[in-house]
Design a protein around this ligand. Structure first.
Ligand SMILES: Cc1ncc(COP(=O)(O)O)c(C=O)c1O
Length: 406
């Protein structure tokens, strides 16, 4: 995708706008499967939470992916996109037993992450195979909000509780067909993956009839030129070797599974917003855009730093700007960033806007969610319309106070 394509899309579909480059998603998928080509059976389950547009799910299905889901609604999106239930894994945290039952009845692979549900589910449905999410107690991830494998985390069943897990499995006669872990997002050091993998291998030895080992995700992607990223090829080489050795030792064919979100879609996404106002204060030059954290919350939520380019004036002299949104509270995308000179009406492009951007968007300040476009085979295809006032009020029931008072 080129800058001129993005400008043309902003012109055609208006702003703010999310644009996803299909080719980048496909090439990331290939890069990951190539890195693990030495493993006989590899399965990539795309983490729907990162970007859940059905056309994106269909694109990944064509590439060969399965899905990782965390809610029954994500499962339903996957089924609507044409995935068969066996290609979907459901890894909820803290959801009701009823929802888990409902998903299991759809034929989706269940992944259980607490002892009470494991016991309840095993007692009621011993015939349905389940995967167990282990908490390996590894501190990993780019920041506290996305580190989920440590000792204080609410996710997974502590690996130290293995005796209790085994007692539940023996008492219920349930069938465990997979072991899973996910320690966090934005993990840079491949040694962390390899260390946690050893814990998973050890845990796996307790179960005799596993079909797969799921190593979760957490690959760090680059956010700017020459940025650090997880060395997928190196990880592929080292983990494949270790996995193949473990499979031999285990004595049964196993599938190696991953469930990446960011790795597949982050870099494919571009968020385009127009500058409404350039405001010089005593200390700062603000560029105020026609969007806010209602559309892209990651900088405010966990300090993520998206590269911002002025695609209307890419060759302009660089100056310092604080890029802010229109939400009526602190709403900062970037502080004192060097950006090519901005005029009101210019289009700014936020990079790495594919993962956890649209999927975290809200209607705060009663703003509409943006449209989404998929750039596929050299053309922009609208895959979600911008919301309208009707969308905003469609579930509201406007009370007739006079009628109630009578
Ligand atoms: C269980 C699970 N799997 C996979 C992912 C995807 O992680 P990432 O986007 O870092 O690849 C997440 C992210 O929160 C997760 O919670």
């Amino acid at each position: 995708m080129q800058t001129k394509d993005l400008l043309q899309l902003a012109d055609q579909f208006g702003s703010p706008l999310y644009v996803y480059d299909a080719e980048k998603i496909q090439s990331q998928y290939k890069r990951l499967t190539n890195a693990f080509s030495k493993v006989e059976s590899v399965r990539i389950n795309y983490a729907v939470k990162a970007l859940s547009n059905i056309s994106v799910l269909k694109l990944l299905k064509e590439a060969g992916s399965g899905l990782d889901t965390v809610s029954i609604q994500e499962v339903q999106l996957g089924l609507t996109a044409g995935f068969s239930p066996e290609r979907i894994i459901y890894t909820p945290n803290g959801v009701s037993f009823e929802e888990i039952e409902e998903v299991a009845h759809l034929g989706v692979q269940i992944n259980i992450d607490n002892l009470s549900i494991l016991e309840h589910f095993g007692a009621k449905y011993p015939e349905i195979p389940v995967c167990i999410r282990i908490n390996p107690h590894v501190m990993a991830g780019g920041n506290a909000n996305i580190s989920v494998g440590h000792i204080d985390s609410k996710f997974g069943i502590s690996v130290h509780q293995m005796p209790h897990i085994l007692r539940i499995v023996a008492n219920t006669g349930m069938h465990i067909n997979g072991i899973h872990m996910h320690t966090g997002s934005d993990i840079l050091d491949i040694e962390v993956f390899l260390y946690a993998a050893e814990i998973l291998f050890d845990a796996a030895k307790n179960f005799k009839e596993l079909d797969f080992l799921d190593f979760g995700s957490g690959f760090k992607v680059p956010y700017k030129k020459d940025d650090i990223e997880t060395d997928i090829e190196e990880l592929g080489k080292k983990l494949s070797k270790r996995f193949n050795a473990f499979t031999k030792e285990y004595g049964r064919d196993l599938t190696l599974a991953f469930e990446p979100g960011k790795f597949l879609v982050s870099e494919a996404g571009f968020f385009l917003a127009k500058v409404n106002v350039v405001k010089q204060t005593t200390s700062t030059v603000f560029a105020g855009i026609d969007s806010g954290f209602n559309h892209l919350i990651r900088p405010m939520l966990y300090g993520s730093s998206h590269l911002i380019e002025n695609i209307s004036n890419p060759k302009g002299k660089e100056r310092f700007y604080s890029v802010v949104g229109y939400i009526c509270e602190t709403d900062t995308f970037a502080n004192n960033r060097r950006i090519a000179e901005i005029k009101e009406g210019d289009v700014l492009c936020f990079r790495n806007a594919g993962a956890y951007c649209f999927s975290m968007a809200s209607n705060y300040n009663s703003r509409y969610k943006p449209a989404e476009v998929l750039w596929f085979e050299g053309q922009g295809h609208l895959i979600r319309e911008r919301e309208t006032f009707e969308d905003l009020i469609k579930n509201q029931i406007i009370l007739n106070f006079e009628a109630v008072a009578q």
